[in-house]
Write a protein that binds this ligand. Structure first.
Ligand code: CA
Ligand code: CA
Length: 157
């Protein structure tokens, strides 16, 4: 895994082809990251410093279940890192997150929510605003190790 030393504030790979495998473990500033349309793997800094890292999604195909990004070191709970969805038009309820059953199935209802998660590391976003989980096309990504603490305050709409 390549790593970057020194400050990197904006890392936008949206126009690149292929998947990224990057570690910002030496970052001294928060990273604003926009991935490719492939399954990116990203490690954020996890040291003592409070660095506000932001994951940006501007298109659904940036990450779907079969081809999803995995983010490590994301600090959930509303106090540090953020997921910026402001580039997407989301009509569902943004005040809370729907909890799906462990085995999420295609067509499962978001019950009015814009965001849902099953009992795993995966987060789903109803990006086509049809109220149900579209496994093949709705935005999906993994927050490894921190998803249990995820709340609506971790998102920017
Ligand atoms: Ca991606
Ligand atoms: Ca949907």
């Amino acid at each position: 895994m390549p790593s970057f030393s020194g400050p990197h504030s904006i890392f936008n790979a949206a126009s690149l082809n292929g998947k990224l495998d990057v570690a910002f473990t030496s970052a001294t500033k928060g990273v604003t990251f926009t991935g490719t349309s492939s399954a990116d793997k990203v490690q954020f800094e996890t040291g003592a410093a409070v660095l506000v890292d932001t994951i940006v999604f501007t298109t659904t195909n940036a990450s779907t279940l079969a081809n999803r990004d995995v983010y490590y070191g994301f600090v959930a709970g509303g106090t540090e890192d953020k997921i910026n969805l402001s580039g997407l038009v989301l009509e569902g309820n943004k005040a809370s997150i729907k909890t799906f059953g462990v085995a999420s199935t295609d067509g499962a209802s978001f019950e009015g929510h814009a965001i849902g998660r099953p009992g795993s590391n995966t987060v789903y976003v109803d990006t086509n605003n049809d109220g149900v989980l579209n496994i093949a096309t709705d935005l999906a990504f993994d927050l490894t190790g921190s998803v249990a603490a995820l709340t609506s305050t971790d998102f920017i709409f």
